[in-house]
Design a protein around this ligand. Structure first.
Ligand code: FES
Length: 651
């Protein structure tokens, strides 16, 4: 296979028009049905197969070959970032038709066009395509982020080093024109900060400068060649924990990661209490906004210090948060999110400067905030869908972000459904007698055999039980027969028969039956021990039934059985630490081989990193608003029956 000349063939406009007319007559512009086409299968998606890698991706009709390749981690040459100006993104359509576009006629000879050569960034797939991708001439870098996702680096931030001619009496172009003329593949505009710096920096640096551009906006000009220094910060703005990752945008690699508790904690542990705070106290909205900004500011200062990066070298931030966290950070009243019919002020937040979120980085740095699918399926879940490739992977996959509000997504790369299930605070340790957050001293792993084996965070004296410990202990108690399928502690005689070594740990504290996990010493008052009560088991049952009802209704809506699920992704700060075997045993996830249940990690943070590293991924997140269908559970007439069915433990 002979690749076309790297430079292509440039033709004058009149020739282009004449050739376009000719191509139209030949059927290259409006391809006839008899051409070697592969129509899509009615699923609403078309398939692009890239050679020689033989990798396929299913995309909505109209997606460009360039995007389809990018989404699949296939690198296509480009220096303009898909803007149609560099003409380096040459590919050959081997089967399926793509009409000749005006830019194609400028980039290729007539013979090349007849052989199927097209510019990938304008070639839209309206039917299945097989596409030959030539080896790279200019190799773009890619980074692996998310759950095994390869993302081709194409950040909104780009730096261009230029050496300009000094002005003369015969060349009195403005400073800005002198700079933008040298970067003619971008339609540059300049912000005021850049204009204020431009005259001084140009002259002090002998007209050898680096232009700092974000989305075609010149935000700064720096002396000399600073192209190697480009950074961004990805934030996962969680209700409980906030994580910041400083990324080197030239390589896609993380430079520093820090996390801390959200400073909004004093207003309440979950979104509802924080929304309530704004309804009861007119100053709370401001104070919650300030607390969010302080959290982001502190983390950004920490990652910059750790990564030895000047905050002024951070030119963009990305932020994924649930709808309430995003609204509060923007100072938008969250009250409508907390009361039926649960309406968001906007699905797609505006582009704001990072400084509007309290983050002190480059003054021209912007903040890219994730859009939300609904009041309870927010930008953090959109980021999670992006990071896990739920919209592209052809396997039937179930994504569960376990928390007070549990978000559930089911998809097979063609259809995606989502819902939210109110699981309550049990998984965060709330409403559990000895419950606590996953912090030092929390029991997070429990094994019951001849004795009780505990895994404690920080390897210290147990102080309480966190969510994963709660799921573990209940799963183990069901397994050894001390708790029956209805969630009830068995009678003493049954306990002695089922687990003689542990039966005496079943005891009474006050009027409540409990299972003692840890007692400081045998003489200590049982009330000072760490234990699991009958009521705690009930709380867990309600929480897991809410989640199981959510995924079972999504499966029903999808028309598939639980056994059809090929992978379950457990996400979120709690879900990621959950034991797959325990999750199966209590019925929190479908009854599947444990190898099909995987921890997805902090997918919201990964999605935020992807948005920073790739404009295409960011566009993919925006497209999810159209692709994901939200299923409201609360108005389902069968919700209560299903919920009751899910309360028991599988036996
Ligand atoms: Fe530059 Fe297509 S990517 S012209």
């Amino acid at each position: 296979m002979t690749d076309p000349e790297p430079s292509g063939v440039r033709m004058p406009d009149s020739t282009v028009e004449a050739d376009l007319a000719g191509y139209r007559r030949e059927g290259l512009i409006d391809p006839p049905a008899t051409r070697d086409t592969e129509p899509h299968d009615g699923s609403g998606r078309v398939e692009m197969t890239f050679l020689p890698a033989e990798r396929s991706v299913r995309v909505p009709p109209g997606v460009t070959v360039f995007d389809g390749a990018s989404w699949n981690g296939i690198a296509i040459d480009s220096t303009c970032g898909g803007h149609g100006t560099c003409k380096k993104c040459k590919v050959q359509i081997l089967s399926g038709a793509v009409p000749v576009g005006r830019l194609d006629a400028r980039a290729f000879t007539p013979d090349q066009l007849r052989d199927g050569w097209r510019l990938a960034c304008i070639a839209q797939a309206t039917q299945n395509l097989r596409v030959h991708v030539p080896p790279l001439v200019t190799r773009p870098k890619a980074a692996t982020v998310g759950v095994g996702r390869q993302v081709i680096l194409r950040p909104a931030v780009q730096k261009r080093y230029v050496e300009l001619d000094e002005p003369t009496l015969s060349d009195q172009r403005t400073d800005l024109a002198r700079l933008t003329d040298a970067i003619d593949d971008l339609e540059l505009q300049a912000d005021l900060h850049a204009l204020r710096r431009l005259p001084k920096v140009l002259r002090e640096a002998d007209y050898k400068v680096t232009a700092v551009v974000v989305d075609e906006m010149l935000i700064d000009v720096e002396a000399g060649d600073t192209t190697a220094r480009q950074f961004g910060i990805a934030f996962d703005l969680g209700t409980t924990t906030v994580v910041a990752t400083l990324l080197d945008l030239t390589t896609g690699t993380p430079v520093a990661v820090r996390s801390m508790l959200n400073r909004q904690q004093p207003f309440g542990g979950d979104v509802i209490t924080r929304i309530s705070a704004t309804m009861m106290d007119p100053t709370a909205l401001d104070r919650l906004g300030t607390a969010a900004h302080e959290t982001l500011a502190e983390l950004s200062a920490e990652v910059c210090a750790e990564g030895e990066v000047d905050p002024a070298e951070v030119y963009e931030i990305a932020l994924a948060g649930n709808a309430t966290m995003t609204a509060l950070a923007l100072g938008i009243d969250p009250e409508p999110l907390g009361v039926a019919p649960f309406v968001m002020t906007c699905a797609t937040p505006p582009v704001v400067l990072a400084s509007a979120l309290g983050v002190s980085v480059h003054p021209g740095a912007r903040a890219a905030l994730f859009p939300a699918l609904g009041a309870y399926v927010g930008g953090d879940i959109v980021a999670g869908i992006l990071a896990t490739g739920m919209d592209r992977d052809k396997r039937l996959r179930l994504f569960i972000d376990v928390g007070t509000n549990c978000e559930i997504v089911l998809g097979d790369g063609e259809r995606i459904l989502s819902t939210a299930a109110p699981a309550g605070p049990a998984f965060e340790g709330g409403a559990i007698r000895c419950g606590m957050r996953a912090a030092e001293g929390a029991i997070e792993v429990v094994k019951l055999g001849e004795d009780v084996e505990l895994g404690v965070i920080g390897d210290t004296t147990p102080m309480g039980i966190c969510g994963s410990g709660l799921v573990d202990v209940v799963a183990e108690l069901v397994k050894i027969g001390l708790v029956d399928g209805t969630g009830r502690f068995v009678q003493d005689n049954e306990a002695k028969a089922a687990a003689p070594a542990l039966a005496d740990r079943l005891t009474m504290i006050g009027k409540e039956r409990v299972f003692v996990l840890y007692r400081p010493d045998p003489t200590a008052d049982p009330a000072d021990s760490v234990y699991l009560s009958q009521r705690d088991i009930r709380e867990l049952q309600f929480a897991k039934a809410a989640i199981a009802t959510g995924w079972s209704l999504l499966l029903e809506e999808f028309g598939v059985e639980p056994r059809d699920v090929q992978q379950v992704l457990l996400a979120g700060s709690f879900g990621s630490y959950l034991s797959p075997a325990a999750a199966v045993r209590i019925g929190l996830v479908p009854r599947l081989p444990v190898l099909r249940i995987v921890s997805a990690g902090n997918v919201a943070g990964e999605g935020a990193k992807m948005a920073l590293l790739s404009l295409r991924e960011r566009a993919g997140a925006a497209a999810l608003l159209e692709e994901v269908r939200y299923v409201e559970l609360s108005d389902r007439s069968d919700f209560n029956d299903k919920f009751v069915d899910q309360l028991s433990f599988p036996t």
